[in-house]
Design a protein around this ligand. Structure first.
Ligand code: SF4
Length: 382
C-alpha cells in the first residue's frame, strides 16, 4: 500500500535562503551549469528583484523550469500595505509559509542640511520576540520563531521594488536624473525580534543585502539594533564588516531599565557597557545608543545626568526617540521641549545626541503594532 497520496507536500525552499556561494554550488553541482549562470540568477533576484523565475529572460528556458521546480523566490505573502498620510512611510504586514505574521517598514527622508535624501527599510528578524520589553507591542506578543535568511532578505527586496518604481517614475517625470536612481539606501535591523538572538541568519542576511552584485546597500548604511546581548556584541566585533551597531539602552540605571527591559537582569548595564567598550576597542567604531523617552519614567533631567555619567568618554551617539504609544500601553509621549532639555544635559558630559524624527504614527509604525491591529481585525471578523 502506498502512502504517497497522503504525504503532506512540503513548501519549496526560497532561493533567497541561499548565500551567493551556496547558490553557485547549487547551480554548478545540482544543475550542471556554469558559475556565470549562478551570477545571472543572483543578479536577477537580488539586484533586479525579479519575483518569478520565468521572467528571468537571460536564462535558458530549461534552467528556468529547473529553478521553479526546486525553489520559490518570495517566501512572503502580503496581507496589508499602508502608506502614511504624508507619504513618508510605508508599512507592510506579511504572512509566512507557516502562517506567522511579520512587519516591514519603509521610511523616506528628504535631504536636510546634514544628510542626503534616503530610503530606509526596517526589517524584522524574528516572528514575535522572547525578550518582553514592556513598551514594545512585539514584546507583548511572545516569541513565535526565528526568521530564515530568505525571510529577512525578502522584506528588503519587497521595499526595494517600491523604492525603485518611485525613482523610475521620478526620472520619467524629469524630477530626477537617470543616474540618481538608488532605491533603498539604508537598512535597519530594528523591526520585530532581537537580531542578535537570531545571530547567524541576521549576519547572513546582512551579507546578502550588502553584496555588490545584489541590493548593494553599503555596510555603513546597515544598522543592527540590539537590546544588549553582551556576548553577541563581542562576537559581532570580530565579524569584519563595517555595519553600525545600535544598542537600546532606554534607562540610565539597572532598577529603571529592569522595569521595562527584562534582559537587563541577565546583562545589567555594567556588563552591557563593558561589552560596548570592548566592541569599540576592537572595531574603532562609534556605538549608537537608542533611548526611547517615556514620559515621567526615564525622561527627567536627573535621568539625563545619570546617562551622561554612564556614557562619558565612550565613542558613542545617543538617539532619543519619543515613544510611539500603543493603543493599550501605559506610556505617553515626551514633549519636544523636554527632549531638548534632555539633550542639553547630555552635552554637559560630552555625549552627543539627536532627537529622532517620528514617522508613520498614523499607520502604527511602532514595532509589532500592525500585526496587533491585524489580529484585532481578525478577532472582530473584519
Ligand atoms: S524591543 Fe525588540 S527586543 Fe524588546 S521585546 Fe520588542 S522586539 Fe523584542
Amino acid at each position: 500500500m502506498s502512502s504517497t497520496a497522503d504525504a503532506p507536500t512540503l513548501p519549496k525552499p526560497s532561493i533567497l535562503d541561499l548565500s551567493r556561494s551556496d547558490l553557485e554550488r547549487e547551480v554548478v553541482d545540482s544543475f550542471g551549469q556554469s558559475r556565470y549562470r549562478a551570477k545571472q540568477i543572483w543578479q536577477a533576484i537580488h539586484r533586479e528583484c525579479i519575483a518569478d523565475f520565468d521572467a528571468i529572460t537571460t536564462l535558458p528556458k530549461p534552467l528556468r523550469s529547473q529553478l521553479s521546480e526546486r525553489f520559490t523566490v518570495d517566501p512572503l505573502q502580503k496581507v496589508m500595505h499602508l502608506t502614511s498620510a504624508d507619504g513618508s512611510t510605508d508599512k507592510a504586514l506579511f504572512r509566512l509559509p507557516d502562517g506567522e505574521l511579520i512587519e516591514t517598514v519603509l521610511m523616506r527622508y528628504t535631504a536636510d542640511g546634514h544628510r542626503k535624501a534616503r530610503k530606509t527599510v526596517c526589517v524584522s528578524t524574528q516572528a514575535g520576540c522572547a525578550l518582553g520589553c514592556t513598551f514594545c507591542a512585539t514584546g507583548q506578543q511572545g516569541f513565535r520563531r526565528q526568521l530564515s535568511v530568505g525571510e529577512i532578505v525578502a522584506q528588503t527586496i519587497f521595499m526595494q521594488r517600491i523604492a525603485m518604481a518611485e525613482d523610475r517614475a521620478e526620472v520619467e517625470s524629469r524630477q530626477r536624473d537617470l543616474g540618481s536612481i538608488q532605491g533603498v539606501t539604508n537598512v535597519v535591523f530594528m523591526g520585530m525580534g532581537e537580531p542578535l538572538a537570531n545571530y547567524n541568519n541576521s549576519m547572513a542576511a546582512i551579507r546578502a543585502i550588502n553584496d555588490a552584485n545584489g541590493l548593494a546597500v553599503g555596510a555603513r548604511h546597515i544598522t543592527l539594533s540590539t537590546v544588549g546581548l553582551a556576548p553577541q556584541i563581542i562576537q559581532l566585533a570580530s565579524e569584519n564588516i563595517q555595519i553600525n551597531l545600535a544598542v537600546s539602552l532606554h534607562a540610565p540605571d539597572d532598577e529603571t531599565r529592569s522595569e521595562t527591559m527584562p534582559i537587563n537582569r541577565r546583562y545589567p548595564i555594567s556588563v552591557l557597557l563593558d561589552a560596548c567598550r570592548r566592541y569599540v576597542e576592537i572595531t574603532d567604531r562609534r556605538i549608537f545608543f537608542e533611548y526611547v523617552l517615556l514620559k515621567g519614567q526615564n525622561d527627567t533631567v536627573g535621568h539625563a545626568r545619570k546617562l551622561g555619567r554612564l556614557l562619558a568618554g565612550l565613542l558613542c551617539h545617543v538617539n532619543l526617540i519619543p515613544v510611539n504609544p500603543t493603543s493599550d500601553g501605559p506610556y505617553q509621549r515626551t514633549s519636544r521641549d523636554d527632549a531638548e532639555l534632555f539633550q542639553i544635559e547630555l552635552l554637559r558630559f560630552g555625549v552627543p545626541s539627536t532627537v529622532r524624527i517620528e514617522k508613520g504614527i498614523d499607520i502604527d509604525a511602532g514595532c509589532g503594532q500592525l500585526r496587533e491591529r491585524a489580529i484585532d481585525a481578525e478577532d472582530l471578523g473584519l
